[in-house]
Design a protein around this ligand. Structure first.
Ligand code: PEP
Ligand code: MN
Length: 646
């Protein structure tokens, strides 16, 4: 039964309620939802719901009509998201917005085989590595797998490429030699109703990939999931892998309709294994795409670098090129369905040598561009000498470097007083959900026109710079309409290009300091359209790496919050009224389209928290976020931080 609690239930009443249920041999699970908190109580003995309904703090009691209880949607309305961490500080999720793709061979055969497949799989975008070590083969004479040795090779290959690993075990005997090496257990089709195995794997509490039995109904499959859930594993992913029918053209018949059917019956994530479903390599990609289109949360496919010599299931294993093409097709299809494909971030370039001898050394700060870029100047002004700098090729790489821990911080521009928002930064803040804002830094921007010695305004034909800088110098450029404007990665890169080209026809718009760095002449200084030209940067960090920055006494704090207003009349207005009720000044509101969801927007709000201590700020922001939940989804606090003029 589901017991919906009164929002105002006291701690004592809640304790009593737990006790009442547990003494009647019911297993109790508390689920804190967006709007209400419920207790799920399941057990062998039936108890009269009315005896629970009369207890203090209980709003109502709903009996669960399905034979599977903890697996049912009635028990838990929100989707379960199964989370699996990798060794690069990321979390692979099954059941959220992102699609997770698992790839790898049917069976682990050797170190070389695993390493080459893992490399190809990761490169193409798989987020998890599969490989069987204990193979449930139809024939006792077929290759049975490498056993423990296979599990170790799988782990080694996964770790080398940042991929968590999943493997099947066919007997509870294999738990001790596998549990510390793998991230997820697979229960194969042939063992879906091996209830003793289900119970023992459930007790490990580890995530489980539960395949559908060869001839199992959806209800039997969910009953198998119930065994796992009721014995301790909350992290179950269902995998449709084809069922036995009269059709012989394919190995099995892929029951695609199971996906939408499961969606309404259960809160558990569902993925599809097209490889074992069709059994023929060329038929795998279309069915994988169909699975994504039908709403699967991910797919698991078999892949092999030399499938003709694979020790098992070679005929259905994709060649690396086929897998790569499939991943590209999935990433095109995903946004149409409001999804995005999850990725393992590639390791960022090695950080520059660190000078840890500097007093107050705080680690490495990444930025996009080269020495002389405004971001690099912001690092110097904000951190002084206390950080090492890591120069990267794009804002995206900065986010990646921070996310994987190659840099403790990143310095990225977020808005300019003349040119407006830096949209790429806003979009990356949404996409990299493990990134938070630690601080703000405002820099006055003064642009100069730089060229090689001997050049004059009259000799120039091409002007290099970043598009934002062209925007900020619109008045000056209007006087030179015949100049061709050429985009560069940053203003500092523009100066470097002009120096390298060595022609009097080229100039760059960049900070004057770049004249010195590139031995250029400063033809004109202060060419920005207004002297009030400021860029606000933010210092980003990974939540997982947990670095902190010192406070600056006397500076007001600010909170940046992302939310998605519900798609109902007045929802945005209701969201904004939350800030008004708390007498908070919204200093900025930016909206950005949701990837893959036409005409839906997320909002980025900056809220001023004048004179508040960190503790007070956290309390107020917590309250605001709790109230926002009534009218918004996807709420994320980017950070509570101080801004400094640099
Ligand atoms: C496998 O994944 O290699 C496998 C044996 O799958 P299934 O249990 O679906 O046949
Ligand atoms: Mn197989």
């Amino acid at each position: 039964m589901i017991i919906v609690l009164d929002n105002a239930i006291s701690a004592a009443d809640k304790r009593n309620l737990h006790q009442f249920l547990e003494t009647r041999n019911l297993r109790v699970n508390e689920i804190v939802g967006e709007e209400e908190t419920v207790l799920g109580a399941v057990g062998k003995l039936a108890i009269d719901p009315r005896s629970v309904e009369i207890l203090p703090g209980v709003k109502r009691v709903i009996p669960i009509s399905k034979p599977y209880k903890m697996a049912s949607r009635e028990f838990k309305t929100d989707n379960t998201i199964v989370e699996i961490p990798n060794k690069r500080g990321q979390t692979i999720c099954f059941g959220g917005r992102k699609l997770a793709v698992i790839a790898g061979p049917c069976a682990v055969e050797s170190r070389e085989q695993m390493m080459s497949i893992a490399q190809k799989a990761a490169l193409s975008g798989a987020v998890m590595l599969r490989g069987g070590a204990f193979k449930p083969r139809t024939s006792p004479y077929a290759f049975q797998g490498l056993g423990e040795e296979g599990v170790r090779l799988l782990r080694e290959a996964g770790d080398a490429y940042g991929l968590p690993v999943v493997t099947e075990i066919v007997s509870a005997e294999h738990i001790p030699c596998t549990r510390d090496f793998i991230d997820m257990y697979q229960i194969g089709a042939r063992n879906m109703q091996n209830f003793e195995l289900l119970k023992r794997i459930g007790e490990t509490g580890k995530p489980v990939l539960l395949k559908r039995g060869l001839s199992a109904t959806i209800e039997e499959w969910l009953m198998a999931a119930e065994y796992l859930l009721s014995s301790g594993s909350q992290q179950v992913v269902l995998c449709e892998r084809g069922i036995r029918t009269f059709e012989r053209a394919t190995r099995n018949t892929l029951d695609m309709s199971a996906i939408p059917v499961l969606r309404s019956l259960t809160h558990l994530p569902v993925i599809v294994d097209p490889s074992h479903a069709v059994g023929i390599r060329d038929k795998v990609p279309p069915m994988a795409l169909a699975a994504v289109a039908a709403g699967a949360d991910g797919i698991i496919v078999e892949m092999h670098c030399d499938p003709d010599h694979a020790l098992s299931d070679g005929a259905q294993s994709l060649l690396p090129e086929q897998f790569d093409k499939l991943m590209r097709d999935i990433s095109v299809l995903a946004p149409v369905l409001g999804r995005e494909v999850a990725h393992i971030r590639k390791t960022a370039p090695e950080p520059l040598p660190l000078d840890k001898t500097k007093p107050g050394y705080q680690g490495v700060c990444a930025f996009s561009g080269i020495r002389g870029a405004y971001s690099e100047q912001a690092i110097g002004r904000y951190f002084g000498e206390t950080v090492g700098e890591l120069a990267l090729l794009s804002f995206r790489e900065v986010f990646e470097a921070v996310s994987v821990g190659a840099a403790g911080y990143g310095m990225v521009p977020i808005e300019n007083s003349l040119a407006g928002s830096v949209l790429e930064t806003y979009d990356s803040l949404f996409r990299f959900d493990d990134i938070c804002i630690m601080a703000g830094a405002t820099l006055r921007i003064e642009h100069s026109l730089l060229a090689i010695r001997g050049a004059t305004l009259g000799t120039l034909k091409n002007c290099y710079s970043h598009p934002h800088a062209f925007n900020q110098c619109g008045d000056f450029l209007e006087q030179h309409p015949h100049w061709k404007q050429v985009f560069a990665q940053t203003t500092a890169n523009a100066a470097k290009i002009v120096a390298e080209k060595g022609s009097v026809e080229n100039a760059a718009i960049a900070s004057g300091i770049n004249a010195k760095y590139n031995d250029l002449a400063e033809l004109t200084a202060s060419i920005e359209s207004s002297k009030h030209n400021y860029t606000r940067f933010v210092v980003i960090a990974s939540r997982q790496h947990g670095v902190t920055l010192p406070d600056f006494p006397g500076q007001d704090r600010k909170a940046s919050i992302i939310f998605i207003a519900k798609n109902t009349p007045g929802a945005l207005c209701d969201c904004l009224s939350v800030f008004q009720r708390h007498a908070l000044n919204l200093s900025r509101l930016e909206s950005r389209p949701m990837p893959g969801e036409p005409w839906r927007y997320m909002f980025y709000a900056d809220v001023v928290l004048p004179g508040m201590s960190r503790e007070d700020a956290v309390t107020v922001v917590d309250r605001v976020i709790a109230e926002l939940k009534n009218n918004a989804q996807g709420i994320r606090l980017l950070g509570i931080y101080q801004n400094r003029d640099c």
